[in-house]
Design a protein around this ligand. Sequence first.
Ligand code: 3PG
Ligand code: MG
Length: 435
Amino acid sequence: MTLFDKKTIRDIDLSGKRVLLRADYNVPVQNGIISDDYRIKRSLQTLRYILEQPGTSIVIISHLGRPAGPQDMQFSLKPVAEHLSKLLGKKVDFASDCVGQETTQMANNLLPGGVLLCENLRFHPEEEKNTPEFAKQIAETSCAEVFVQDGFGVVHRAHASTDAITKFLPSVAGLLLAEEVETITKVMDNPEHPLIAVIGGVKISDKIEVLDRLMDIADCVAVTGAMANNFLLAQGTKVGKSIVEIEAVGTAEEILHKAHEVEKRRPFSFLVPADVVVSTKMDGTAGTRIVDLSSHSISDIESYPKLPRPTAYTVEPDEMILDIGPLSALHIAGVIKFCKTVIWNGPCGVTEVKGLAGAQNPFAHGTQIIADAMIGQSTKDKNRPYSLVGGGDTAAYVESQGLIDDFNFVSTGGGASLELMSGHQLPGVEALQDK
Ligand code: 3PG
Ligand code: MG
């Protein structure tokens, strides 16, 4: 049985065809410079496969960011066309719109082996509205005979380029899309135990459903990052001026309740940070200290063996929790070492903040410790667990550390991977032809 029941480009004859390909080239661009090209690199396998078939050419469509209007040029895909040319080792033409006569001509003039990237789909509001007429226009403009969906990061959206477009062209999956869906589904449906899920990031509201599913399948769930603050609050811990979603504290309570129920039924643990790193400022310009919420001693070692001062275990009103502390990080790392599978989604702290005068990022230690534990001593370490890493901020952190190849699978999808892990169907996948 295969986990992916949609047709892929391997199931159809592409020879001599012009292909309309939806990629997710929503990458960070600043002043024309792409700071993280993981999504572009991951799309190359599909592009190369198509170009290897005799007589093919490709028209690529994508969105970038959330532009406010049609001429919001900071969201132009032009830098992506240049970068893609370099990675692919061949010229990639760029069309300044995804519809219209000029682009139709460029698409029509593509020679076998030719590649054309069109400007940001979201310069047209009809894209996000999933307007059929707009999808039809895209299909006609591309002069293509087949549509290939390979933008895994965006298939959780029902947009013109993920949903409506499939009404106008025979539509199949690209290799990246198939690989993402198969890998994530396999781990969620049939994981090797013990399984730990480390869930972090800022917003708990994004993670509620995935936490719910993970409590059914994992042996341990560790919550970290700012979203863990909601669990601390639900437990009655003071969190100062840390980021919280007040309306979600009730949900955090429900999740804790479910966790306790699961703990009664079977071996399972739900880990909430026992210690945290705090500061009065998030930008790294103020001092940091460790607050030892549970054991009340490590962070006030001077007082030992006398009772620690209350500040040692209390987040002050003007302080913010910005990372998990070393006790929690090492606890999670220890569990990871015993596991056969790790699912990781969301950094444990504010990893991107730089320290003063080139010092190490002050709120990245927790994330570093658990990443190290996942990777093991080397990729040849037989005892290291299989690691599935969610896209978005987690993939960006892993990429920034040059560690992408050290994990087993790093997804290109943020919201899409969470939806899939939660067990939801993805509209952009559902719309494709069945096998
Ligand atoms: C993403 O990066 O999450 C995808 O490219 C989808 O973008 P969106 O969240 O703006 O729809
Ligand atoms: Mg998103």
